[in-house]
Design a protein around this ligand. Structure first.
Ligand SMILES: Nc1ncnc2c1ncn2[C@@H]1O[C@H](COP(=O)(O)OP(=O)(O)OP(=O)(O)O)[C@@H](O)[C@H]1O
Length: 607
């Protein structure tokens, strides 16, 4: 492992922030200890085994020393047998015992860590997906994903290995030093005198090496960004015949990576040879001085052997501490980030599906009453400024307006992704907060602009609207959504896999699947966020037909981009900068010659 560290200048190790080990960070991390509780007996048993295996490790050098002295006919003390064979048998018994307890120690620690980490993962994931939308506004998906993967893996590593290793090394170190003093105080003093030089060199050079490693990693990340950008925009690169330019850009960063890595290698090389010199120097020194002590009759050969073995234990324990310490720091940092999610206030959605069933039914009246709203992440911009409108059950209300007017924001408020700062959203005349959040979301469906299909079969994707739907229900919904025909024509029909790794469906096909999904959900209120990119006329006809079926007998709020599709709406609301500037039927609005609706209609008509 040490070799790996010395030579791997630019190993793209996962960057996890470390934090200082102090009372505060330990207290934060201890929040996760409650996850160990269900497995505490196994954990304690593991600790006992760990303790036993470390202690038995310390006995072996004493036995080996005694064996050498026994060969010279110098028995040790009453605890150790005096014949070589008896000592040998005792050593094997102890070795066997150590292997036995080590096996159970590893097995128990891994079991406890795996199970408790799975519990933490489960809780963190559920907490994450039930956090309010605002939480996601300020964070990147990659960052959240890494909390579930790298951060939790780091904690897992600490629980399975680092913690055990730390306890083991502390026992070996303290026990080893105690025994060194016991065997020969003079040699121990001699040994300790070289420690300060080693520590100063290690701290000084170690810091410098870490700084350079960090620089090398950053540079490497920079060069990876070039690759990522180039591949993502590959069509642009090709269209501009800029392949040579991009290759040059990559080459430049690579050269810098190598330059920094070589600088690091010089330091590492120097550091490694210095440490090797000190290490072997110490061994030579100890044997040299030890031999003098043996010659003087101050030490037996067995004791010298014992001493050398114990000093190896102590040296190895010291060597592992920096890495163990860094691992604990990383684990504390990871715990902080995980606990941050676990402590966030989530939405009142239950992890048991049946608890989320609808309790209060909504008929379908929807009203916005002087709604004022600004996104919590951008408080300075009031998106809706005292907006009021009504849709009685079964009505079709279309919302039109320029880009950024606040149309999608209205949809988000209906779904209670956010709560308004002023005014009220009412369902059947009752304020939204009188209903359980799940009651509202269970009875409102949205067909979004860009339909996202999950990795799974078409059947599963449609059933997302009603998880317990039967095959017949799914098929009936697909038929009504004009989707049955194209699904059947696919090689595996309803079992065809879609999503990122599956078959690619066209925009119109995906929309019809979303419509089938919404049909299955059978909501009281429907939000249609019309696709901005226009479909070809046949696909548009199929989608439009399906939408007509879907809208029947329910309140529909249509966020319209193509005005041709909303002529039949009961009311059209024209929105500008969060205010309603016009409202009425298509015919009424067309009469207003100065109106925005008429202007927009004419624009689209002319295109
Ligand atoms: N999550 C968000 N956080 C902060 N501001 C937002 C957020 N979503 C939208 N906005 C801002 O709110 C305003 C209204 O946006 P909204 O998406 O509701 O407009 P829209 O009418 O639906 O536009 P478009 O037709 O382009 O989709 C815009 O100024 C937008 O920048």
């Amino acid at each position: 492992m040490a070799r790996n560290r010395f030579n791997s200048g630019t190993a793209p190790e996962q960057e996890l922030n470390k934090v200082k080990i102090n009372k505060q960070s330990l207290r934060t991390a201890s929040g996760l200890l409650s996850y160990l509780k269900p497995y505490r007996w196994k954990f304690i048993l593991g600790l006992i085994f760990l303790f036993l295996s470390s202690l038995t490790g310390l006995v072996l050098p004493a036995l080996l020393g005694a064996m050498i002295d026994a060969a010279k006919g110098e028995p040790k003390n009453w605890m150790i047998p005096s014949t070589i064979n008896a000592i040998g048998i005792m050593a094997f018994v102890i070795l066997f015992f150590q292997s036995f307890v080590s096996f159970f120690r590893i097995r128990l620690f891994v079991e406890v860590a795996e199970k408790s980490i799975a519990d933490i993962r489960r809780d963190t994931y559920f907490r994450l997906i039930t956090l309010p939308m605002n939480f996601f506004a300020n964070r990147r998906v990659g960052e959240l994903n890494s909390r579930l993967s790298s951060d939790l893996s780091q904690i897992q590593d600490t629980l399975t290995t680092t913690l055990a290793e730390m306890i083991r090394q502390v026992i070996l170190l303290t026990g080893g030093i105690g025994l060194l003093v016991f065997v020969s105080p003079k040699l121990t003093l001699f040994n300790i005198s070289i420690l300060p030089i080693l520590i100063i060199a290690a701290v000084f050079l170690g810091r410098k090496i870490r700084k350079i490693s960090k620089q090398a990693q950053d540079k490497l990340a920079e060069s990876n960004t070039v690759v990522e950008e180039t591949l993502q925009g590959i069509s642009n690169v090709k269209a501009f015949t800029n392949e040579a330019y991009e290759a040059g850009r990559y080459d430049k960063t690579l050269r810098e990576v190598v330059k920094i890595a070589l600088k690091g290698a010089t330091l590492r090389g120097g550091f490694a040879s210095f440490i090797i010199f000190c290490l072997f120097g110490a061994i030579v020194g100890v044997i040299w001085y030890g031999s003098i002590l043996v010659l003087r009759g101050d030490l037996t050969i067995g004791d010298l052997t014992m001493y050398i073995l114990y000093s190896m234990f102590v040296g190895a324990a010291m060597g592992t501490f920096p890495e163990l310490y860094a691992n604990v720091q990383k684990a504390l940092g990871s715990s902080e980030r995980v606990i941050e999610i676990l402590n966030e206030q989530n939405e009142p959605v239950n992890i048991i599906a049946s608890e989320n069933a609808t309790r209060r039914f909504i008929k379908g009246d929807l009203e916005f009453n002087k709604v004022e709203f600004a996104y919590p992440s951008r408080k300075e911009i009031t998106v809706l400024q005292g907006l009021s409108f009504k849709a009685t059950a079964g009505e079709k209300v279309a919302i039109v307006g320029t880009s950024g007017a606040g149309k999608s924001t209205i949809a988000s408020l209906i779904l209670r992704f956010y709560d308004p700062q002023g005014g009220q959203v009412l369902f059947d005349g009752e304020p939204a907060d009188h209903y359980a959040l799940t009651d509202i979301r269970n009875q409102v469906a949205i067909v979004p602009q860009d339909v996202l299909l999950f990795g799974g079969s078409i059947r599963e994707n449609i059933a997302y609207g009603k998880l317990d739907a039967t095959d017949d229900e799914i098929k009936a919904a697909a038929e009504k959504a004009n989707a049955d025909r194209f699904i059947k024509a696919l090689p595996e029909g309803y079992n065809t896999m879609v999503g990122e790794r599956g078959v690619k469906l066209s925009g119109g096909q995906r929309q019809r699947i979303a419509i089938a999904r919404a049909l299955l959900k059978d909501p009281a209120i429907l939000i249609l966020d019309e696709a901005t990119s226009s479909l070809d006329s046949e696909s548009e006809r199929l989608v439009q037909e399906a939408l007509e079926v879907l809208m029947k007998n329910r309140t529909s709020i249509i966020i319209a981009h193509r005005l041709s599709t909303i002529r039949e709406a009961d009311r059209i609301i024209v929105l500008e900068k969060g205010n309603i500037i016009e409202s009425g039927t298509h015919d009424e609005l067309m009469k207003n010659e100065e109106g925005l609706y008429r202007y927009l209609s004419q624009l689209q008509f002319e295109v």
